[in-house]
Ligand binder design. Structure first.
Ligand SMILES: Cc1cc2nc3c(=O)[nH]c(=O)nc-3n(C[C@H](O)[C@H](O)[C@H](O)COP(=O)(O)OP(=O)(O)OC[C@H]3O[C@@H](n4cnc5c(N)ncnc54)[C@H](O)[C@@H]3O)c2cc1C
Length: 336
């Protein structure tokens, strides 16, 4: 919403850069390029081939050796998985990075100014892929946008719609929540419905968005119907994927399939099976790679155990477990 300024974020980064050396941690501002868990003919220790991204060494590659490796490179924002979903084109925006959020604010602000001049507008916010898994961010954003429209006194000029791959409102990718409030127990679906009703936000559920054209989102719903929704401004969360890293053994042979299946492989049960057959034992315990135990992978994604979306995905012949292979710090759903 244009509130946090880039220099504040940079200030935080700078303070992180000062703290890290005080803790006796070497900080290399470099990106991992490839993984070499056995070293190579010249380097006996396992290493990550890294490339500096700033400063004098920018572009220079270096073998960074390790005894233990914790890979926390997070998810790749996989906009390419949805045809036409490119932040800044087709009137779609993202809030997944600082740059995206800043850009989205400019897009929204322009529309607000148009609304002040009398233009009616349609705003669409939610998930931009059947497997997009960050409903919480979109939920937070739609409420912020709605509030911002009121602040600018243009709420009556906008139709605001939530589009989501969730099976129910308030699912958030974890089969919803039970909320205890003043001795009363409320389902998150009821809570979100109440909030949306109250704020006159429309909703479309069970929607796997698969194509974006200029101001038009195409989606398939759980009944197998292909539908469209038009908009003047959309913020749609993309699917997430692994970064596409490669791994090599000491003879420089490709062993990517030992380390990665999209995300890094850990001690989870990746067997493909219907959602009803999943159990808590399928989830990783140590987050170690089964072939190289000194490699651990951590992705912080709280909302990614998603029965309801699984229903969408079963319909679309896919499951999150099967395709993402991602270890998560998860909230276990009530079924487990
Ligand atoms: C708008 C928004 C709102 C959200 N709100 C919430 C919320 O309210 N609650 C919640 O729990 N979650 C929320 N999330 C999700 C949460 O931000 C993520 O789950 C979390 O940040 C993931 O943490 P991570 O450390 O695994 O990955 P990231 O935070 O993505 O960190 C990965 C890091 O690895 C770096 N990296 C990538 N590739 C390389 C490479 N090749 N070499 C070296 N480094 C690399 C990246 O630059 C990044 O710094 C939100 C997400 C978004 C987008």
């Amino acid at each position: 919403m244009g509130r946090n300024r880039k220099n504040e974020i940079q200030r935080n980064l700078i303070s992180a850069c000062t703290i890290i050396p005080q803790k006796n941690i070497t900080f290399l501002q470099a990106k991992a390029v490839s993984f070499h868990p056995e070293g190579d003919i010249e380097e006996v220790k396992p290493y990550v081939l890294s490339e500096y991204v700033v400063g004098e060494k920018k572009g220079t590659q270096e073998k960074v050796t390790y005894d233990y490796l914790i890979n926390a490179t997070g998810p790749k924002l996989n906009f390419e998985a949805t045809d036409g979903l490119i932040p800044g084109s087709n009137k779609t925006y993202s809030v997944c990075t600082y740059g995206h959020a800043d850009h989205a604010w400019h897009g929204l602000n322009e529309l607000i100014q148009d609304m002040k001049k009398g233009k009616k507008a349609k705003i669409l916010i939610g998930t931009g892929h059947a497997k997009a898994t960050c409903q919480g961010a979109a939920f937070e954003y739609i409420l912020n946008v709605e509030q911002e429209l009121r602040k600018h006194k243009v709420r009556d000029m906008a139709e605001v719609t939530w589009i989501s791959n969730e099976y129910q409102l308030g699912d958030f990718g974890m089969d919803g929540m039970l909320l205890s409030y003043g001795g009363m127990t409320m389902k998150s679906s009821e809570m979100v419905e109440m909030i949306f009703e109250d704020r006159d936000i429309k909703w479309i559920l069970g929607a796997g968005v698969d194509k974006i054209e200029d101001g038009v989102a195409h989606y398939e719903n759980l009944d197998g119907e292909y539908k469209t929704e038009s908009y003047d401004f959309a913020m749609l969360i993309p699917a997430f994927s692994g970064h596409g890293f490669k791994a090599f053994d000491k003879d420089n042979q490709d062993i990517t399939n030992k380390l990665f299946k999209g995300f890094m492989i850990v001690d989870a049960d990746y067997t493909s099976k219907p959602y009803e057959e999943w159990s808590v034992q399928d989830w990783p315990e140590t987050y170690q790679n089964p072939y190289y135990k000194n490699i651990l992978h951590l992705v912080l994604l709280l909302l990614h155990h998603m029965p309801s979306q699984n229903r969408v995905k079963v319909k679309m012949a896919q499951t999150y477990h099967q395709h993402h292979h991602v270890p998560v710090c998860h909230l276990v759903s009530p079924q487990n």
